[in-house]
Design a protein around this ligand. Structure first.
Ligand code: GLU
Length: 286
């Protein structure tokens, strides 16, 4: 069906799902269902130090409890590393990446002496390794960083469309030389998510407003890797009584606690539907 939305709910299995996740999954699910599209689940489990297998099982049980059944078995990012590596190597072949050996402490130190450019994630990397000629014997672990200036030159001006906010001019340069391939884990979130959204033919990408700024990076990567650009919907977040995003709020109840206490997940999903669809968004695909 034309205009059928293919959406994905993409939890990172580093903790329990809470009400904010339920809302996000519900938006993805309902947008797909109302347009005759597909609802997919992707497990973003490549952060080896934080991902836990038991959180994957719990998240899938929570979704089933809410009545949000995906149309395909979940895609595990940990099974896609060769595909991410191929994209990294392509960027490398295009001369857009450089090795970075800096530790966090070294970056903090370098920032004391460098003009600090603040991006949405805090100070941008000061560029220490950009032109560093390291000795051949350098055997400390390194990450791969994007040479942002070169990437911007290659990509030219960029923009994207958000279903709620309309046309957005992208300014990925404010993030500086981001990490594309991590020292301690494989692909960065940005590379993996961008590649998977393309591989799974996602559109619109439905996710929380806290990820809005990152879309500038994702459309840059799409341009560099010649991937199609989907449209996006960054939905409002649920806040806890303390005004914090629910994931971080101590008042955020884990879905699992409610599930195991015998609450009816489908009723909870109906309550979320009744109260939280923002005005101005209709559940029709673009
Ligand atoms: N894995 C991310 C999270 O749990 C979501 C990333 C995305 O939707 O692009 O917040």
């Amino acid at each position: 069906m034309e205009n059928a939305a293919i959406t994905r709910f993409a939890p990172s299995p580093n903790g329990a799902l809470h009400l904010g996740h339920a809302l996000s999954a519900l938006y993805c699910h309902d947008l797909a269902r109302s347009t005759g599209g597909r609802f997919l689940v992707r497990i973003e489990d490549i952060d080896g130090s934080r991902s836990r297998a038991e959180h994957i099982d719990r998240a899938l049980a929570d979704l089933a409890w809410l009545g949000l059944d995906p149309d395909e078995p979940p895609l595990l990012q940990s099974s896609c590393i060769p595909r991410y590596r191929a994209a990294r190597d392509r960027l490398l072949g295009d001369g857009l990446l450089y090795r970075c050996w800096c530790t966090r402490a070294e970056i903090t130190e370098a920032l004391r002496y460098a003009p600090v450019r603040h991006g949405p994630d805090g100070p941008a990397y000061p560029g220490t390794c950009r032109h560093a000629a390291r000795a051949d014997g350098e055997d400390r672990p390194y990450s791969w960083r994007l040479d942002m200036a070169a990437a911007l030159e290659r990509a030219g001006p960029l923009g994207w469309r958000d279903l709620m906010r309309g046309e957005v001019a992208a300014n990925p340069g404010r993030f500086g030389d981001i990490v594309i391939w991590r020292k301690d884990a494989p692909a960065s979130y940005h590379l993996a998510a961008t590649l998977d959204d393309a591989a799974q033919h996602i559109g619109p990408v439905v996710r929380g407003a806290d990820l809005f700024d990152y879309t500038d990076i994702h459309v840059l990567l799409q341009a560099l890797l010649q991937l199609p650009q989907p449209c996006y919907w960054h939905h409002p977040l649920l806040l806890g009584p303390d005004g914090e995003k629910l994931a971080k709020s101590k008042d955020s109840p884990a879905l699992e606690v409610r599930r195991l206490a015998g609450e009816d997940g489908r009723i909870l999903a109906e309550e979320l539907r009744a109260h939280h669809f923002p005005a101005g968004i209709s559940l029709t695909a673009p």
